[in-house]
Design a protein around this ligand. Structure first.
Ligand SMILES: Nc1ncnc2c1ncn2[C@@H]1O[C@H](COP(=O)(O)OP(=O)(O)O)[C@@H](O)[C@H]1O
Ligand SMILES: [Mg+2]
Length: 350
């Protein structure tokens, strides 16, 4: 039983929320293949390749959990322990919690958390926990931010703040553990390159020093495919805030340490010109998951818009944001097409 299946089937009362919360913590360990997303058929593939097939962590039916997050009375509020943005862990009844990022003038785009969730589901990735918009009275939250210097950055209108509420994972997420040189997993051309998968200041310093050649660690195809998907996802949403120090935004959950895409609040900024950093990160990936690229080719912006229109705070993205999403999608597909011309099927090994 997958976690999301448990949510869809069991939800419907107080006990069900507890079941749901438990499912979210235990079922994450379940790494069996799933047909969700369903675009590809890799029967006959080599075992290592089949091992890389994803079991979506989330996504068959998010409605019960999203409905609960959007309407359940708040029982407790705690200030988040995150980075630059101000956020709150909200506890509802029966063990259900959510992470609320209010609209703020700096650092966090609440709408990006929700738009990222819908995009994840539209592509069949199943890596972003359920998310929904909610309006909350500021007086319910403000006591917890009383002495916080970011307090004045919160946008309060008529006593109300709007923001994103992301399902709180009961298993604490942990930064991913990656061996030195893991970047080679994503490359066909094995010439040494400076890794763009580090904090910007470190990356700039490393670019000055130049790349040192190093031995590639043994390939972990499951992790490699997850990381490849993450770079695709971040390129699509335009997220520059993934590869910070100590990998605090590249998180895993459960005993199987599956990658989850948490903290998607930096995305969907309208830019005057495309980001060189995003381009460098995309260029550093030469191996992609076939199913993800197929989903990207089949992507229909209107379907994403219809999904996003179900959010209580819709519209989540404006025309310029949607147009830049389309541009970034085209960049990925052009990059993959060029790799396929050069390397053939090696560009889509998983
Ligand atoms: N949905 C969630 N479930 C469990 N833990 C979460 C969740 N959202 C955030 N956290 C925890 O809070 C930390 C900060 O959240 P994050 O979204 O990264 O905020 P910030 O934008 O401030 O960096 C995360 O690193 C994680 O440990
Ligand atoms: Mg963070």
């Amino acid at each position: 039983m997958t976690h999301s299946f448990a949510i869809g089937r069991a939800f419907g009362g107080r006990a069900a929320v507890a079941v749901m919360a438990m499912a979210c913590s235990t079922e994450l360990a379940d790494a069996r293949p799933s047909s969700a997303g369903g675009q590809s058929d890799d029967r006959g593939s080599a075992p290592t390749i089949r091992a890389a097939r994803p079991a979506p962590l989330f996504g068959e039916s998010d409605e019960p959990i999203r409905n609960a997050l959007s309407t359940a009375p708040i029982e407790a509020v705690a200030k988040g322990s995150g980075g630059r943005s101000l956020a709150f862990k909200l506890t509802f009844r029966d063990g259900l919690s959510g992470y609320f990022k209010p609209e703020q003038t700096f650092a966090a785009n609440w709408y990006s958390e929700i738009a990222s969730y819908h995009l994840d589901r539209e592509l069949g990735l199943g890596r972003v926990p359920p998310a929904i918009g909610r309006r909350i009275e500021w007086r319910q939250l403000s006591p917890r931010a009383a002495r916080d210097e970011r307090r004045d950055e919160v946008v309060v209108r008529d006593g109300i703040v709007r923001g994103s509420l992301v399902y709180w994972l009961t298993d604490p997420p942990e930064p991913v553990e990656l061996p030195r040189g893991w970047e080679s997993w994503l490359r066909i051309d094995q010439r040494p390159k400076v890794s763009p998968f580090q904090a910007l200041s470190d990356y700039r310093r490393a670019l000055k020093r130049g790349a040192k050649s190093r031995d590639a660690p043994e390939l972990d195809p499951v992790r490699a495919a997850e990381l490849s998907d993450l770079v695709v996802f971040d390129h699509l949403i335009g997220n520059l805030d993934r590869w910070s120090k100590n990998l605090v935004n590249v998180l895993t959950v459960g005993p199987a340490k599956r990658l989850v895409f948490l903290d998607n609040a930096n995305g969907f900024e309208v830019k005057a010109k495309p980001s060189w950093l995003l381009a460098a990160r995309l260029a550093a990936v030469e191996r992609f998951r076939k199913r993800t690229i197929e989903a990207l080719r089949a992507f229909d912006r209107k379907k994403l818009e219809r999904r996003m229109a179900t959010d209580p705070l819709a519209p989540l993205l404006n025309a310029a944001q949607l147009a830049q999403l389309e541009e970034r999608r085209a960049q990925i597909l052009e990059h993959v097409a060029a790799l396929e011309r050069r390397y053939g099927a090696d560009a889509l090994p998983w």
